[in-house]
Design a protein around this ligand. Structure first.
Ligand code: DOR
Ligand code: ZN
Length: 346
């Protein structure tokens, strides 16, 4: 194999591993990452330190050398008294805000009409320096589906941002130019960037017939929105770092009527990110390493991973499906071949 580069092992700052019989697969699919921020939208959601601790241990049982960074799901059952304990727990990274109705398992999240009731949490989170990860979308029927992020930012997120200036806010899976501009306008604000929002536009949802495996939330948008995100990554803006939002749903559900949102990319996501730089003629390993392995750690105040990722100029065929419990899951760009393969060797 033709090894062409080696970089610090990457982190995935946003992933869905699910639970139960899926977990033995999903943990392994993410295991080229040193650490991953584990989303709490289970059924029931992870709302206490105890639940997060137990979920973390279920993950570590499958792969003890993986680094799960847990999150809590913000809703009224999160106990305010627990917040002061969080800064001393190096495995619990932050709290996730899901506007109710915005995405998979968000029903028990925060109703946007009641968002101000949660300002007491934000105040404590600012005080204890607990990051707030945000799914930045409204879900009203009247609002154009492609403007959900824009409207959430304008109507709600700017208020939170300006009222709690020292609170670290991460606009998860940034999907629009408005989102990019928001992140760039404020201190203590960053965004995770997914492979699908770098590679796909809304044309990819419909080209050649409806493409359920490209449907995620926030939905992929126009070429202009995609370009805005791409430019920040290509110029090495440290506020934008890798977070796959890999969200497995079984193939039969995704390919049925009213299929759920989620693009599954975990096992091939590092290669998909590398392909993004290749496509833009920016095969600069130092830049790629910053995006995959440094900027996220810097924003959260974490050390870099000790291990290294080796990159080979070897074709990588993306399988048609991967096992998921008793079912299968279709990855992004199933059947396509990429030019680089990565491995953790040391
Ligand atoms: O597409 C998505 N799928 N977006 C989310 O925010 C949630 C995720 C899931 O959990 O399936
Ligand atoms: Zn997600």
């Amino acid at each position: 194999m033709n090894k062409i580069a080696q970089i610090i092992q990457p982190d995935d700052f946003h992933v869905h591993l699910r639970d139960g019989e899926y977990l033995k697969h999903t943990v392994q699919y993410s295991s080229k990452y040193g650490r991953a921020v584990i989303m709490p939208n289970l059924k029931p959601p992870i709302t206490s330190i105890k639940q997060a601790w137990e979920y973390k241990n279920r993950i570590l049982e499958i792969n003890p050398s993986f680094g799960p960074l847990m999150t809590l799901y913000l809703n009224p059952s999160v106990k305010k008294e627990e917040l002061k304990e969080i800064p001393s727990l190096d495995w619990l990274l932050g709290i996730k805000l899901y506007p109710s109705g915005a995405t998979t398992h968000s029903e028990e999240g925060v109703k946007v009409s009641e968002l101000e009731k949660f300002y007491a949490y934000f105040e404590l989170m600012e005080k204890y320096q607990i990051p707030l990860m945000v799914h930045g979308e409204v879900s009203d029927y009247e609002i154009d589906f492609f403007e959900r992020e824009k409207i959430f930012i304008e109507k709600y997120l700017i208020n939170i941002r300006e009222k709690f200036p020292k609170l670290k806010i991460i606009l998860e899976h940034v999907s629009s130019k408005v989102g990019v501009d928001f992140v760039n306008s404020y201190d203590n604000t960053a965004a995770t960037v997914t492979p699908q929002h770098l590679h796909l536009t809304r044309n990819d949802l419909f080209f050649g017939g409806i493409q359920p495996h490209h449907f995620c939330l926030p939905i992929v948008k126009t070429a202009k929105d995609q370009e805005a995100i791409a430019q920040e990554v290509l110029k090495g803006n440290p506020k934008f770092f890798a977070g796959t939002d890999s969200a497995p749903h079984p193939k039969n559900k995704k390919e049925s009527c009213c299929g759920p949102a989620g693009v599954f990319s975990a096992p091939i996501s590092i290669e998909l990110y590398i392909y993004f730089f290749e496509k833009h003629n920016k095969m600069d390993w130092s830049l790629i390493e910053k995006f995959l392995s440094k900027y996220g750690a810097d924003f959260y105040g974490l050390e870099y991973n000790k291990r290294k990722l080796s990159i080979f100029q070897e074709p990588l065929y993306i399988p048609q499906e991967y096992p998921l419990g008793k079912e299968t899951v279709v990855p992004m760009w199933a059947g396509k071949t990429l030019n680089y393969t990565t491995l953790i060797l040391d």
